[in-house]
Design a protein around this ligand. Structure first.
Ligand code: SF4
Length: 462
């Protein structure tokens, strides 16, 4: 077990509740159509460093557990058409943001980004480079999500050549029965070979995604999967909690309730992940993420320079994130903007020459302040009230007196210590960091404009 995290099953069982994952604050269920393309364009600040996100929504086959915004199709023409529209959106975004700006981060997510073939990916990267200036390979963080079933060693080398220097592989579980139960047959050798190819190709950080709580998983299958993952030695490992919500995600109805592990088994699997990954030398970064101590995420956490955005943890400061593609969410200059969610409406907006922003939010001063508090808690497991007071010209202890009083209850439960200078999250409180952040969420309990979305996006805190 890694000393920075302590697994206390009794405490977790008692404290776990539904809550946001805080990839953004305020959370996406607060976005409204009142924040439109014009508001987004007005928020643009050319000349600032940029993070670009590009969404490729297509997948070849359906993983039953999936809660992502994706389109299942084998019709490759759809990708070609999408790419054409995506490039037109990139042109519009570049008109707003590219002048004098350097792209420090690029992330391709999905769906399955490698649904695009080699030539299409090359065209997309050339197009992006034609419109934006990119940081050097040494300084920039250029990442892509990879479904190992869609690549071979040659393709992985091509991705490195196209400029990506970090990648994450979707694995979920190595057990063949579990893979069958979720309709994601992915032989272990495929993943192991892809990791080896990525190392040979010179990728700087290789990450693996796992899920616990899937059908037919138990402590034994999880132990076997973890042993294989540790042997493959990725730089980062994410372990996500499967939230079974078939009423929200239709594909999840294909999972048999009877096959799902019960709450006690899920908790035991989480405990096992923490124990085995800690024993293998991985550091718990927070919110489902583990990294080798020399990985840049772990280093950034030690230096107090870790950040969190829509893609999870990041080493880059809070830079503007411009997101392109259907359903993608930008975070720019104190605002959020989400693109149209259906392909038809995304295409229609671009055909009209409009930025495809469907909804968003301009953050208030209070939102920005609370966002910073939640960010610091998630990244540092601590909150320094003096720094906060100085940065925001407030007396944070007075301004947040009600919240600090509520934290005193969590201190009683052992999640944290309140000190004269602020808040220090305990080793066992780290796994329940969302409970602590929820105390500072000014929206919880207020009805959301997009109530079904709220229910979709909230999950058990552990
Ligand atoms: S889990 Fe990934 S590959 Fe599977 S359907 Fe969802 S987005 Fe596609």
């Amino acid at each position: 077990m890694h000393p920075t995290t302590e697994f206390d099953p009794g405490l977790i069982a008692r404290m776990s509740r539904n809550g946001p994952r805080y990839t953004s604050y305020p959370t996406a269920d607060r976005f409204t159509p009142a924040f439109d393309a014009a508001a987004f364009a007005a928020a643009a600040r050319p000349g600032k460093p940029l993070s670009l996100y590009v969404h490729i929504p297509f997948c070849e086959s359906l993983c039953y557990y999936c809660a992502c915004n994706k389109i299942i199709t084998r019709d490759r023409n759809k990708a070609a058409k999408y790419l054409g529209y995506l490039m037109r959106e990139i042109d519009m975004q570049a008109d707003l943001f590219a002048r004098g700006a350097v792209v420090e981060q690029l992330h391709l997510g999905g769906g399955t980004p490698t649904y695009l073939d080699d030539a299409q990916m090359g065209d997309l990267l050339d197009h992006l480079r034609g419109r934006f200036a990119f940081a050097s390979d040494d300084a920039g963080e250029f990442s892509i999500e990879i479904d190992p079933r869609t690549v071979d060693a040659r393709r992985i080398r091509a991705l490195r050549h196209q400029g990506f220097n970090r990648l994450s592989f979707g694995v979920q579980d190595f057990d063949p029965d579990v893979q069958r139960a979720v309709n994601r047959i992915q032989p272990e050798a495929l993943t192991v070979d892809a990791i080896a190819a990525a190392r040979d190709a010179g990728f700087r950080s290789i990450s693996i995604d796992l899920i616990y709580g899937l059908p037919l998983q138990n402590v034994d299958t999880m132990a076997a999967t973890l042993a294989r993952v540790v042997a493959a030695a990725p730089d980062r490992i994410s372990v996500y909690n499967y939230a079974h919500m078939p009423q929200m995600f239709k594909s999840q109805t294909l999972i048999r309730d009877a096959d799902l592990p019960d709450a006690a088994t899920k908790l035991a699997m989480l405990g096992l992940c923490i124990e085995r990954l800690g024993a293998a030398g991985y550091v718990y970064i927070g919110m489902d993420h583990f990294a080798k101590p020399d990985d840049e995420l772990a280093r950034a956490q030690r230096d107090g320079t870790l950040h969190r955005n829509f893609q999870g943890y990041s080493t880059h400061a809070d830079i503007d994130m411009v997101a392109c593609g259907v359903s993608a969410i930008s975070a720019v200059n104190g605002s959020y903007a989400q693109n149209e969610k259906s392909l038809a409406s995304y295409y229609a907006r671009i055909d009209r020459g409009e930025l495809p922003v469907a909804r968003g939010l301009a953050l208030t001063g209070d939102d920005l302040l609370r966002r910073e508090i939640i960010q610091r808690l998630m990244c540092d497991f601590a909150l320094d009230l003096e720094t906060l007071s100085a940065r925001w010209q407030i007396d944070a202890a007075v301004r947040f007196a009600p919240e600090l009083a509520r934290l005193a209850e969590l201190e009683w439960d052992g999640l944290l210590a309140l000190t004269p200078g602020g808040v220090q999250v305990s080793a066992k409180g780290r796994l329940l960091i969302r409970n602590i952040c929820m105390v500072f969420d000014g929206y919880l309990g207020r009805p959301a404009p997009a109530e079904p979305l709220r229910r979709m996006q909230y999950s058990r805190t552990v």
